[in-house]
Ligand binder design. Structure first.
Ligand code: ADP
Ligand code: ASP
Ligand code: MG
Length: 442
């Protein structure tokens, strides 16, 4: 069995939904994971925010506009009268539930229930399109099998049991459609896998059914060697290893949700990235094989906070680092980069939820300086630290204020911490030097 996941742009219009329908029309049995139509989750997040701040009228206006958009999509998507009426009925019900949320007391659960509507709508509409076209397709509700535990990790045993039970008990089908992103928490309440989480849904499902392959279909022809949102002339990579892809996704390559690679890496299931708008393009195949040498790709992650912790006893006394790490561990805050000197340790975090409490605890035995609006620029490739071109990198960046460097922690990664305001220049300079062969001063 295969798993195919289609992102927001891929299901973002009637034309694209029909492309998706053609792409999945192969003889392999598959589970198809869909995101919300592009723009919908953002619109739902805004509706939730308006409800939270008590702007009921504005929330209602947004709900009305979104409802009209969906009504038009349904009219264009379905020609079969009874299927069209069925989907209109479903859409109207979802929007009634949304309208009923306006004026009620706000909670995280209400927010999660609001943002879940995007995937509920796209999968319902798409399943009826397939029905209209005579496919043997079934809708599997993600909330009947997808669950995370109290540490926000997928509850793999529960997922496997319930997904397989659902497949076995439903009528035989060639295509099973399900929602990306949404899931239940450990208490059985609606939650999600964070923004962009449909990629993660696909690989969790891939692992649960031990799929032959997981394919992520998006709006670009695979994993590029630099961020195409900030750099011109980036190139698609035909192959990446799990470790390389995981590192790039973790350090900001938006094409994959940061956690996506983990479930398939453990089981050695190939992960393929493909372009819905250009299905003939090779895309990127991610496996355990490592291809090539030197720097393969660059990514950047924003929203980084740097913390410098200086021992009040001048020298880093025995046990100092242990005390520092224990504070971060207590607040379940992970550290991305770390460097040490004789008297201080600098590290970075991307989750500042507990920053105030962490700082207060650290200040009991150290002085603490905090810098925010930082970005990590991450260079990934096989054995890059041994590559002859690597030393020149630092000359290329001589005008950029590099705040921290992690070099040698792994053979395959070099990370640089820069101010977010310098990120663009850093990415562009690296692109010119690394991939366009233009060295220092070009
Ligand atoms: P989807 O809605 O299909 O999940 P996303 O917008 O989440 O799509 O991810 C695809 C986008 O990721 C691309 O359009 C591109 O702008 C962005 N992106 C960032 N870094 C990379 C990269 N290294 N390679 C390819 N795309 C990238
Ligand atoms: N719809 C969700 C989002 O916009 C999940 C996803 O697209 O992967 O974040
Ligand atoms: Mg995405």
């Amino acid at each position: 069995m295969l798993v195919y996941k289609f992102g927001g742009t891929s299901v973002g219009s009637v034309v694209n939904m029909n492309h998706v329908k053609d792409i999945i029309n192969t003889k392999d049995q598959k589970i198809v994971v869909l995101s919300a139509m592009s723009g919908t989750t953002n619109a739902l997040v805004e509706i939730s925010r308006l409800i939270e701040v008590g702007e009921g009228d504005a929330a209602k206006a947004h709900i009305k506009t979104l409802h009209e958009t969906y009504t038009n999509v349904v009219n264009d998507l379905l020609q079969n009268e009874s299927l069209r009426q069925d989907v209109h009925h479903y859409v109207n019900t979802r929007f009634e539930i949304l309208s009923d949320a306006v004026g009620t007391s706000f909670s995280q659960l209400l927010h999660n229930e609001i943002v879940a509507n995007g995937e509920l709508l796209s999968t319902y509409m798409f399943s009826r399109l397939l029905q209209q076209e005579g496919f043997k397709a079934r809708l599997l509700p993600a909330l009947d099998f997808m669950r995370i535990d109290s540490h926000n990790e997928p509850d793999n045993f529960y997922i496997k049991q319930n997904l397989n039970r659902l497949i076995e008990s439903s009528d035989a089908a060639d295509i099973y459609i399900t929602q990306g992103f949404i899931c239940l928490d450990a208490e059985g309440k609606v939650t999600n896998l964070q923004r962009g989480g449909s990629d993660y849904t696909a690989t969790i499902i891939g692992a649960a059914i031990e799929a032959d392959e997981v394919q992520i279909w998006t709006d670009i022809d695979g994993f590029h060697n630099n961020d195409p949102r900030y750099v011109n002339d980036t190139q698609a990579l035909s192959h990446l290893s799990y470790d390389e892809a995981a590192e790039l996704a973790y350090f900001g390559a938006k094409i994959l949700h940061p956690q996506t690679v983990m479930p398939v890496r453990n089981l050695d299931i190939p992960l393929r990235l493909k372009n819905t708008m250009a299905p003939q393009a090779h895309g990127t195949l991610i496996t355990n094989k490592v291809h090539g040498e030197g720097i393969k790709a660059i990514a950047a992650k924003d929203g980084i906070t740097a913390i410098k912790i200086k021992s009040v006893r001048m020298l880093l006394a025995h046990g100092f680092l242990k005390k520092v790490f224990e504070v971060f561990e207590r607040y379940e805050t992970s550290i991305d980069m770390i460097t040490t000197s004789e008297i201080a340790v600098s590290l970075t975090i991307d989750n500042t939820t507990h920053l105030k409490a962490i700082t207060e605890e650290l200040e009991q035995f150290a002085t603490v300086d905090i810098d925010d609006y930082m970005s990590i620029v991450c260079l990934v490739g096989n054995h890059i630290i041994y590559h002859p071109d690597t030393p020149e990198l630092f000359q290329v960046l001589q005008d950029v204020n590099v705040r921290m460097i992690a070099y040698g922690g792994s053979n395959n990664n070099i990370s640089l911490l820069v101010n977010t305001s310098d990120k663009l220049e850093t990415l562009q300079k690296l692109q010119r030097y690394v991939f366009e062969g233009k060295g220092v001063g070009v």
